[in-house]
Design a protein around this ligand. Sequence first.
Ligand code: GAL
Length: 699
Amino acid sequence: MKNVILIWCVFLLGSFSAEVEKTIWISDMDLSLIDLEMGQAQKNKTPMGSPIVISGQTYENGVGVSAPAKFLIELNGTGKQFSAEVGPCEMKMPARPEGPAPAPAGNDKKATGNAARPAGDPMGGGARVMPSMEFFVLGDKQVLWSSGVMKSGDQPKKVDVKIDGIKKLALVVVSVSGRGPFGGLAAWGNSKITYFGDIAPKAISGKIVSGSIPRILTPSECSVPKINYPKVVGATPGKPFIFSIPVTGEKPLKVTVENLPDGLSLDSNTGILSGTSPSKKGTYSLNITVKNSLGEAKGTIDLKVGDLLALTPPMGWNSWNAGGMTVDQNKVKAAADVIAEKLRGHGWAFINIDDGWQADKRTDNGELLTNAKFSDIKGMSDYIHSKGMRFGIYSSPGPQTCGRAIGSYQHEEQDAATWARWGVDYLKYDWCSYRQIQKDNSLEELKKPYFIMRDALAKTNRDVVYSLCQYGMGDVWKWGAEVNGNLWRTTMDINDSWKSVLGTGFTQTDNYQNIGPGHWNDPDMLVVGTVGWSANTKPTKLTPDEQYAHISLWSLLASPLLIGCEMDKLDGFTLSLLTNDEVIGVNQDVLGRQARLIQKGDDYQVWAKDLADGSKAVGLFYTGVAEAAAKDPVKMINWGDEKPETAKLISIDFKALGLSGKQKARDLWSQQILGTYDGRFESEVNYHGVVLVKLSAAE
Ligand code: GAL
């Protein structure tokens, strides 16, 4: 009898605990798995870091996204209810401590239109389309609830849906019109799930997992000495000069240079050249020898002293994709240390701080200061230079940067002089709040602030690589060189999704004409390694195959290569992506051509780039079908029962590439000859992956 009572009690207790209703807030889940149009979803904020506000109502708890956005949650049948208040989100930034930004001088007009930018974007372009969107709650491929089309300013709508028995729940926001940051901000306010049992609902990745096992293709680093890329470096006469000769091999190495121009000295242990560039214009061919106990290598690097910098696309590190505004001096130093140790020998040269270094106020005489995160910026710059690298900084021509820090408006000369004192070698100049200043959207107005900073930089004693960031407005590639720009962003911000890589790199089809040494299109920075736009950085969401495709395409496009990852978390796979000298050689090729799209099918593309030695670099990409157009929310989700994609055979005719005769194909990632081909090259390509080859005439 006793036993029966005991069993009965255990049963009762068990069923009681199983029946206890629990609640989990969506904001407490792993938000890095939300797939959104721009940026990264943040707890209780919009992806832009602003509070969640729907039609004037602020939500302390919730998740802001940029539409289109999707989030998949595993319930395992234990869910009871999903509830939230949803709606398009307003862009309300927290007030800055010293009050609102200065009023724009002399005009109060807003930007109106520019076809180069996504509609609805406020930073200066696009005939302004009121963003509208629709929210969906899906359960196991069924629509459980939908909001109907909602537009900016609409009252939040309440969702309360039963989710008994559902295995997978998806929260989807479909963009009806107006996308991107500001344009398509949407929020799931007070969103939560009630459930029973011990297994809490969990966010899961909605990705089809294929190509997910990192395969390192780059051969391991040679012990014998090697001289890598770039093979040319630019300087203007008589300016401070710093350049690391890119050499690898087992240490200790000894580097020597014949005919070193006066004013320059060489540290033969590191290959760091520093001093003052020659005062006479001309090409100085540096005959280099690098030796170690295993052998020696000889080669030439041309120092071209003239009017142009960035004779090959800049390669380096930028802080933005590695934590956004949270950057601090230690992170920058750590990046300099890792790059000096592992990457400098492969041509990586710049250490750039993006937004987030500025103090809240200028001094009484208008001087720009750093914030507390950068206690000794000059010391940091000296440190970067001592490692043979160059130092970059960020500002905006407007009163405020995109992260609401102080911009350089009306302080251009003063700021350029400050940066010169700090030893700055590179400036990213980001449009942001200049939209409040521009009178209209004419080309003249688009160029104006960039001319002003060009002149301010010219008054300093430094060679400053000038990076324009205005997202492609007014077809910047047609006039970027005129304002002395060395590179210019051509797209909105990248994030670590395949959709974003498709929307940035793969859209660079019609802007190859004005590209060449000194002038580069910039489809934004790299998203490999540990990335993120808040303190919460995570391994990139790109699969290994997507990462190979990303680096290959940026190399073909001769895009600047700016690593945006936490360098002290650099893993072996990411390192292998960044140290393949044959792939880097395509990017740094001295001819400076941008690859062109040669062939395109629904789910594949072939890009090719002419190289200085007369060969061609060709990338076969299995892009998959873009889901951008998807309006059916059920189809936007990978529910997990889809077949993993297999590889696809992609073939390119030599005629389409402008080639005749037999061609030798070398696989650049594995650095192996594949064979001799006649009439066409073809290869199996992994889903969202690439095969990158160099085709050269077979003898
Ligand atoms: C954006 C820019 C990003 C980053 C950010 C800083 O406009 O595109 O690359 O610089 O501003 O706030």
